[in-house]
Design a binder for this molecule. Structure first.
Ligand code: NAD
Length: 410
């Protein structure tokens, strides 16, 4: 099953439960616009490499398109299309006034130099600049991109259209970024995990946690969960994982990465393979890297108390069902990782108003929205006796369908 087929599966199940007419279903199931561009890049050694880039706008019924830009070797049109659709449902669920979009360049950012990354970003921005805009489509960081990437995007767009800080979110604070945006997705994951633990009658304090992925989302989730009293026993990156049953010192592990490329060589833990890590005993499992890592081949070996999906699409539909049958609750991606787009919304609002919020206000508003959405999802799941994912999709699809109806899309 491709990433888009997996994302569509959950949508169609929801459309069935909601009794959505076929013609409306067709509008919501497919993208509004898909732009595929050629991104030629002059490499430092003089060679010309040609990459493929994409921007997919899935649905704009509830507001301007919004979603991150991914630099990864797997970022093809199908993957970007799936992620764009997930953004539509996520933005509706967390109730920010945005539609859903996603972008990507199919490349290996780790092997490109900083100047190659800058040229690639500026070229890609120029190629998609015709369809983005402060009130049309606002990119943000995702896997393989960061605040620096957004600074280049903002500058490249500004060279064409004039100074426009609200064209991207997740910018450096010095350029109009919001305090708290960098850690927002990880912070949202922890708010959601704590609320979910409460609802499931489990302890968060001293709960053992395993996190796959130690990038922006994984690192901040690990750090903030440790500070909130959970015991993070394992984390990993693309190379492999670090496991210490007594708990990892997250700051020390981050310090280790100043000189080393992977968590696997950290002396305060034993090494573990990425696949093995997912199957270790723990109270809370947090996939925070790529899609499709919990699948039919390993679902029956997952031993976590519950799963919090920090990554987009980490659980395949077959695994989703298998875990449900074994009583392992999954807090779905469109809820668990919505903290990033929530603070992106705050950043966009601040840019439009040219007025800076302080960190306390950002974190207060983030907690309010994440908690409210989590409570709504749990209440809906209880009311209709479905999984948390089904409840989250039903709430989101209902809201988008309603907006599309009122606007006259149908
Ligand atoms: P990142 O690039 O900062 O970090 C990704 C991490 O995953 C790195 O540690 C990398 O080594 C690891 N990784 C990559 N491929 C892997 C593999 N095959 N197996 C195991 N680990 C692997 O990315 P990020 O921004 O932290 O995003 C992580 C996930 O969270 C993605 O699914 C992304 O879509 C999702 N997400 C990110 C944000 C955000 O604000 N950055 C918001 C919502 C959702």
């Amino acid at each position: 099953m491709t990433p888009f087929e997996a994302a569509s599966f959950f949508f169609h199940q929801s459309a069935d439960r909601l009794g959505l007419a076929d013609e409306k279903r067709e509008v919501l199931a497919s993208s509004y616009r898909e732009l595929a561009v050629q991104v030629p890049l002059r490499m430092d050694d003089g060679r010309l490499a040609v990459y493929r880039g994409y921007r997919v706008q899935h649905n704009g019924a509830r507001g301007p398109y919004k979603g991150g830009i991914r630099y990864h070797e797997s970022a093809d049109l199908d993957e970007v299309r799936a992620l764009a659709a997930l953004m539509t449902w996520k933005n509706a669920l967390i109730d920010v006034p945005f539609g859903g979009a996603k972008g990507g360049v199919q490349c290996e950012p780790g092997v490109l130099s900083v100047s190659e990354l800058e040229r690639l970003t500026r070229r890609f921005t120029a190629m998609i600049s015709y369809i983005i805009g402060v009130n049309r489509d606002i990119p943000a960081p995702d896997m393989g991109t960061n605040a620096q990437t957004m600074a280049w995007m903002m500058d490249a767009y500004g060279q064409r259209y004039g100074y426009t800080p609200g064209i991207v979110t997740g910018k450096p604070v010095e350029l109009g970024g919001s305090p708290g945006r960098e850690e927002a997705t990880g912070r949202g994951v922890v708010i959601c995990a704590r609320e979910a633990a409460k609802r499931l009658g489990k302890q968060f304090r001293d709960a053992t946690m395993i996190i796959q992925g130690f990038g922006n989302v994984g690192y901040w989730a690990a750090k903030l969960a440790s500070e909130a009293g959970a015991k993070v026993v394992a984390v990993s990156d693309v190379v492999g994982g670090a496991y210490n049953p007594y708990g990892l010192d997250i700051d020390a592990l981050m310090g280790h990465l100043q000189d080393e490329l992977s968590v696997t060589s950290y002396s305060g833990a034993g090494a573990v393979e990425n696949d093995e890590l997912l199957e270790l005993d723990c109270d809370i499992l947090v996939p925070a890297a790529i899609q499709g890592v919990i699948h039919s081949g390993n679902a029956d070996r997952i031993k976590a108390g519950f799963v919090v999906e920090a990554a987009n699409g980490p659980t395949s539909p077959v695994a989703d069902l298998a875990l449900q049958e074994r009583g392992i609750h999954i807090v779905p991606d469109i809820l668990a990782n919505a903290g990033g787009v929530t603070v992106s919304y705050f950043e966009w609002v601040q840019n439009i108003q040219q007025f800076r919020w302080d960190l306390d206000q950002v974190n207060f508003e983030l907690k309010k929205r994440m908690t409210k959405a989590t409570q709504q999802v749990f209440a809906r799941a209880e009311e209709q006796s479905t999984s948390l994912r089904d409840a989250a999709f039903d709430l989101a699809v209902e809201r988008v369908a309603r907006a599309a109806e009122i606007r006259g899309y149908f």
